[in-house]
Write a protein that binds this ligand. Sequence first.
Ligand code: ADP
Ligand code: MG
Length: 291
Amino acid sequence: MTEPLSGAARRTPSAHVLAVANQKGGVGKTTSAVNLAASIAASERRTLLVDLDPQANASSAFGIHDPEVHVYDALVGAAVLKDAVHSTELPCLQIVPAGPDLVGAEIELVGRDARERRLEHALADLRESYEVVLIDCPPSLGLLTLNALTAADSVLIPLQCEYYALEGLARLTDTVARVRDALNPELAIEAIVLTLLDRRNNLARQVEREVRSHFGEQVLENVIPRNVRLSEAPSHGKPVLLYDIRSRGATAYLRLAEELLGRLARKHETLDVPVGSSLGNGEGGRDGHSA
Ligand code: ADP
Ligand code: MG
């Protein structure tokens, strides 16, 4: 039920920019950014993924290694972000990759003007070309993440259901509040997504219950299970839906994308809600199996 992308019928609003952030490593930020971006693009929405982590895992997940121009060049003003845009196997998905010298950006930018606004300014020219922009943040609350939060409309927080899941979350929400006060008054926490979830595990189920009772509606209903296909796909340079569309991991991200788009649609009237879902090979829809 998606409108055609070209033509005057589709109003071109500015993209919704979503930062995928959590200063903890290994909680599924990159896996979520990559596979949500692919799932959103699969529903024919023009999508841009920005890799803002010097480890460049989101870039290599698309088979991009050591790109000539990457996000660093745009942050330091050596190139425009448009020149760093790479295409992917999915027609609606493009990516701005990262490269190893992004490590230096944290230090190099310190002395510069508007150092937290570098990404925001670099993105300004591109926002009208996309409906959704996802930013994969590094596992820290340093200058790169501050750039992401300053450029973003909202934040998606991946949370792994383990004993220390909530540890550090207050620091993240404090950082979001500080960025809102000083740099980006409209910044919202969009949602929390539970990742790497194994519901056979008692502790994981208990943590899920606690997170849901504490954060309520902020926690997305769809969760991401532990699924080996999700960890294999990057080594093939593909998002999971191009690697194994039938896997639980692929289905989970397609459904999560649908839920997230529904939320965004309530804010952005120009993002139409997927009705009956064209996502997931006709099988999508959270209650697609209820008949
Ligand atoms: P982060 O970006 O927060 O550091 P990653 O997305 O890179 O986390 O995930 C950390 C590791 O866990 C990676 O090796 C990734 O392939 C794996 N992984 C992430 N999510 C899942 C999942 N749902 N099931 C199985 N493995 C996963
Ligand atoms: Mg990562």
